[in-house]
Design a protein around this ligand. Structure first.
Ligand code: HEM
Length: 447
């Protein structure tokens, strides 16, 4: 979905930098002060006379020149808060550029080293998300920020941290490993590459600017220093904010509008579905309160086969129209699917094996998850097919009431399955957000 779509959230937790006077951060960022002293989006757009993308006035575009300081556009100036009840990057609107990176703790690194790493990572994430350079003296000893994002604002950067099952053994915290991290069951459609699956630590980075996102990726990798080594890394993307005339749900690389059926933050059961509650039966797991579980799957799309299908057949595979996301039972994208409605020939309008039918909470005892993916394209494979698909990331309070039952059912009869290949998988417990002065995971590592 588009970053501006309300399907995940509106602008909850996001503010815009650049509306004057807030630049006193002691920043080493040469452009930062001049930009932040200047007018906000409307002023910038007005000054240049250039406003593109009619997204409710939220996505102005200001032409810039090095020698003429200009306010950041709303894309650059949007800032997501690092501190909060939940980590950023879960209900944040989809960003245009994403990196996923998993690490394993280095031999000899235990709880103390992991705590120091989470402290370094949290400090770096907080600075980067505020649009500031890293503190200098990165743990790898280079002593300076890479400069990759020097001219940009926060650009909605989020950095989100999770722990894999093996993290708990390696840090001597096996008794604190929550049951939700039990391994996912095998599925018949799995073609999983273990080298690109799992990991002790997982970091999700998203930003609306590719350089800002890459800058954060480098910082995260450098801060890992000798404590953790990279296990796998994947890169993804979504539509750029302002690319569509109105905010809309994103499309995936099959061309489908993808994200319509997501739980909405305004739903009364949203938190219950997505976030781990506080005060569970067992105090051992209290560190995860306000957190969530991320299931990460690299799902290759067999696009050459998919694109051979006529559009009407593509629509029937999903149960929704590719053109506008409307269910085949009628209405518009936001009309509820009528799973019992039949056509004049007596056949169900949304076929029995349609993906949206099989995965719907209505048909899964209410099982639901918040899908927040990035598309990926890793070039053309040697057989000439695109190595492209979805970095499927879904968030839930309990994988056994979210991903697992739904994927089990999809595995048995989803019309979309012949066009997909699940190539990598990970399951991570994502702690709640850090309070001011705290680092992510502190409640696990220091209590
Ligand atoms: C590359 C793989 C996939 C593609 C291209 C895809 C595509 C879609 C599309 C186009 C929709 C309909 C629009 C919407 O509600 O978002 C949808 C719905 C949905 N999908 Fe997928 N999907 C994929 C994989 C999965 C997986 C692995 C799961 C979970 C195990 C899943 C769970 C769901 C759910 C829960 C819905 C919403 C159903 C509803 O609310 O009625 N999808 N998907």
């Amino acid at each position: 979905m588009s970053g501006r779509s309300s399907n995940i959230t509106g602008n909850a937790g996001r503010t815009e930098k650049g509306s004057g006077g807030s630049g006193g951060t002691g920043s080493h960022h040469p452009g930062a002060l001049s930009r932040r002293r200047l007018l906000g989006t409307a002023g910038a757009a007005g000054a240049t006379g250039l406003v593109l993308g009619a997204t409710g006035g939220a996505a102005g575009y200001a032409a810039t020149r090095d020698d003429a300081p200009t306010a950041l556009t709303s894309v650059g100036s949007s800032e997501v808060m690092f501190h909060g009840k939940h980590q950023p990057g879960i209900t944040t609107p989809l960003q245009a550029s994403g990196h996923l990176i998993a690490f394993d703790l280095a031999p000899g690194a235990g709880r103390k080293e992991a705590a120091a790493l989470m402290r370094r990572w949290s400090a770096a994430a907080q600075r980067l998300m505020a649009g500031e350079p890293t503190a200098g003296g990165a743990a790898d000893g280079t002593g300076h920020d890479t400069g990759i994002a020097l001219d940009a604002g926060p650009s909605s950067l989020t950095v989100t941290f999770g722990f894999g099952a093996a993290f708990f053994e390696r840090t001597g915290l096996a008794d604190r490993r929550p049951p939700g991290l039990d391994p996912l069951p095998p599925f018949s459609a799995d073609h999983l590459d273990s080298a690109r699956s799992d990991g002790d630590l997982w970091v999700q980075i998203g930003a609306d600017d590719a350089l800002v996102a890459f800058h954060a990726l480098r910082a995260v990798q450098k801060e890992a220093a000798s404590t953790a080594t990279v296990r796998w890394q994947m890169n993804g993307f979504n539509r750029t904010p302002g690319a569509t005339a109105k905010p809309m749900t994103a499309r995936n690389l099959m061309g489908q509008i993808d994200g319509t059926g997501n739980p909405k933050p305004a739903d009364s059961d949203f938190d219950q579905r997505v976030f781990v509650p506080s005060g569970g039966d067992n105090a051992k797991y209290e560190w995860l309160a306000g957190g969530s579980y991320a299931v990460v799957r690299r799902i290759r799309m067999l696009l050459d086969d998919w694109e051979k299908l006529p559009v009407e057949r593509q629509d029937r595979v999903i149960g929704r129209r590719r053109a506008d996301g409307a269910p085949l039972s009628g209405g518009t994208e936001t009309t509820a699917m009528d799973l019992d409605k039949a056509g004049p020939d007596g056949k169900l309008l949304i076929p029995d094996n349609a993906h949206a039918r099989i995965s719907s909470p209505e048909r899964n005892s209410g099982a639901a998850m918040l899908r927040r993916p990035f598309s990926y394209h890793d070039g053309i494979a040697t057989d000439g097919t695109p190595d492209a698909g979805l970095l499927f990331i879904c968030w839930q309070a309990d994988p056994l009431r979210g991903f697992v039952p739904v994927q089990r059912k999809l595995d048995r009869g989803d019309a979309l399955s012949p066009f997909l290949r699940h190539e990598a998988s990970g399951l991570f417990a994502v702690p709640g957000g850090a309070a001011a002065g705290e680092y992510v995971g502190q409640r696990l590592l220091e209590s």
